[in-house]
Design a protein around this ligand. Structure first.
Ligand SMILES: *[C@@H]1O[C@H](CO)[C@@H](O)[C@H](O)[C@H]1NC(C)=O
Ligand SMILES: *[C@@H]1O[C@H](CO)[C@@H](O)[C@H](O)[C@H]1NC(C)=O
Ligand SMILES: *[C@@H]1O[C@H](CO)[C@@H](O)[C@H](O)[C@H]1NC(C)=O
Length: 165
């Protein structure tokens, strides 16, 4: 009853930027925002690694921007080799990992295997998980990846939350 009265929000992705700091280890990186397959935009990503990779960590920072005012909505450290254990409590991460398992082949436990093609195909943000108290804002999703504590990669996704019509 109440939920029908709340404005539904939809997350549209407008831009993606992927940086590979260790091309000797991370290779064949492709990172594309497709604006036509889904109205909210969808991401296609793939990569391989030149050796078995363990000890992968991440820092995820979600920043929202209203006018010129920036707020860090969330900043989380992630043990990517034990993602299954660490995500259950966080709605954002749970949504992302559920979706990624459905549409890709990323392992949720390490190692990432040498010369295997990892991919995520047509990732979209599930708008049902967006709390309806969040106003229409621009967002910046900034994901830093470290391998053995060495800066390895960064994925920045920019977009906008808008009222669904
Ligand atoms: C986007 O997706 C559509 C539909 O799947 C496909 O035809 C098109 O080639 C894709 N564009 C890019 C840039 O990947
Ligand atoms: C958000 O977090 C990042 C990384 O910790 C930091 O560099 C930045 O200054 C923070 N921004 C705000 C508005 O707090
Ligand atoms: C990486 O790209 C090279 C050159 O396109 C290709 O020969 C190789 O099979 C690719 N490796 C993987 C694991 O996809």
């Amino acid at each position: 009853m109440i939920s029908t009265a709340l404005a539904k929000m939809e997350a549209h992705m407008t831009n993606i930027e992927c940086t590979n700091y260790i091309p000797d280890i991370i290779m064949n990186v492709s990172c594309i925002l497709n604006r036509t397959a889904h109205k909210t935009g969808s991401l296609n990503m793939e990569f391989a690694v030149s050796q078995d990779v363990i000890d992968v960590n991440g820092i995820y920072i979600l920043t929202i921007k209203q006018g010129s005012y920036l707020t860090n909505f969330t900043a989380i450290k992630l043990e990517l080799c034990q993602l299954l254990d660490s995500v259950e409590s966080h709605f954002l991460l749970k949504m992302v990992t559920t979706e990624i398992r459905r549409i890709g082949n990323l392992p949720l436990e390490c190692p990432f295997k040498m010369n295997k093609r990892y991919y995520v195909k047509e990732f979209t943000i599930n708008s049902n998980v967006i709390p309806s108290y969040i106003p229409a804002v621009n967002f910046i999703s900034d994901f830093h990846i470290f391998i053995k504590n060495r800066k390895a990669g960064r994925i920045i996704i920019r977009g906008r939350l808008i009222h669904r019509r």
